[in-house]
Design a protein around this ligand. Structure first.
Ligand SMILES: [Zn+2]
Length: 134
């Protein structure tokens, strides 16, 4: 069985530095203000090459989720979940929900970014539920 490993490109490195500092940042386009994810040379919306790094507010909404009951990677023992989260800034990211899980359908639940450690990758962004009352 394989270990999952991060493949880091030129544009990924500043993002992973910000994640290691627990201050996840993405590129924001200087021309149209859209956020880029994954990191890239050009804006996917207007093709501009100009950008600056901007810290995320740290919140998003679950768009989809799955719970794996079978092991595919040595460092991901089952059961574990994967969530697709739309950040308040717009991009959709894949992560894991940690802590309490919603009853029933997870779609639409609000989450906030937290950080965890992966044995192969190091510090990675995770998501945790924002209590409905807050
Ligand atoms: Zn743009």
């Amino acid at each position: 069985m394989a270990n999952s490993q991060a493949v880091i490109s030129l544009y990924d490195e500043p993002m992973w530095e910000s994640i290691r500092a627990h201050d996840w940042q993405l590129q924001q386009c200087d021309d149209c203000s859209e956020f880029r994810y994954p990191p890239a040379a050009n804006c996917p919306h207007c093709l501009s090459m100009d950008y600056h790094w901007k810290p995320l507010k740290g919140r998003g909404t679950i768009l989809s989720w799955v719970i794996y009951h079978r092991q595919y990677f040595d460092n991901f023992p089952p059961p574990y979940n994967v969530v697709a989260v739309q950040l308040d800034e717009g991009p959709i990211v894949m992560s894991n929900l940690v802590g309490p899980e919603p009853e029933g359908n997870w779609v639409g639940h609000k989450v906030e970014i937290c950080y965890g450690e992966d044995v192969a990758i190091g510090t990675v962004p995770k998501m945790r539920l924002i209590p409905q009352s807050s």
